[in-house]
Design a protein around this ligand. Sequence first.
Ligand SMILES: NS(=O)(=O)c1ccc(C(=O)NCc2c(F)c(F)c(F)c(F)c2F)cc1
Ligand SMILES: [Zn+2]
Length: 260
Amino acid sequence: SNCWGYGEDDGPFFWHKGYPIAQGNRQSPINIVTSETVYDSSLSPLIVSYEHCTSISISNNGCSVAVEYADTEQGPVIEGGPLSDAYRLKQFHFHWGHKDYHGSEHTVDGKTYASELHLVHWNTSKYQTFREAAAASDGLAVLGVFLEAGEEHQGLLKITDALNMVKFKGRTADLKEFNPKCLLPKNLKYWTYPGSLTTPPLHESVIWIVFEEPIEVAKKQMEKFRMLLFSQEEEDEKFMENNFRPPQPLKGRQVCASYN
Ligand SMILES: NS(=O)(=O)c1ccc(C(=O)NCc2c(F)c(F)c(F)c(F)c2F)cc1
Ligand SMILES: [Zn+2]
């Protein structure tokens, strides 16, 4: 099991002990200061090709809940935008808070959202495995989508209705043919910057693409994430919440905007 977590004695402020890169020069998440983002006219539109979506399962990995995808040639991919290669979807997962006022990892002018969805992709043009890509500076591309409390999200229902099957750490349930395109906002305006995994091993291998427009999910859908457990069956119950890393120093990085 992990020796790191989100508690007061194993949380983000301790991670540097086991993972010194935690104090590196391209750590994530960050606070996006919109007045300091730079419109980059060379950024082409992001191309999201999620047609062939063979989701396999949903699982509670003890720090989040993730939906995994088959690692096949014709799998779902993204390209364009800041990306020079094609990146294949491996999994998506969420980070959230104890209440709706916080829970996202990235913040926008200091604003926190109730949750943040991460769609994790790896560079299949240059690397043979996810593990290899995860250690390379251009190996991963993660799409970040903010979630805020509002109307019920029809597309997310299939996920939130499956959460009771993976309440405990280590539980996995079938989840077939889920196409995550429905979880993207209408407007695909985004910010992009070079960063890292937001959990150990904190590899500085992620090209972050964070959408400006949040998606709306119902309060009762958010509450279903908070009934998940960090703990295994038979362990004393620890509700899975506040599984987010706070913003990290920008260290001179430039955040580019896809729009003017
Ligand atoms: N919150 S986020 O920044 O979007 C994020 C995305 C993916 C991972 C991950 O895959 N971790 C496990 C993991 C690694 F961290 C590896 F480096 C590796 F090689 C793996 F195979 C692997 F499963 C962690 C954080
Ligand atoms: Zn994440």
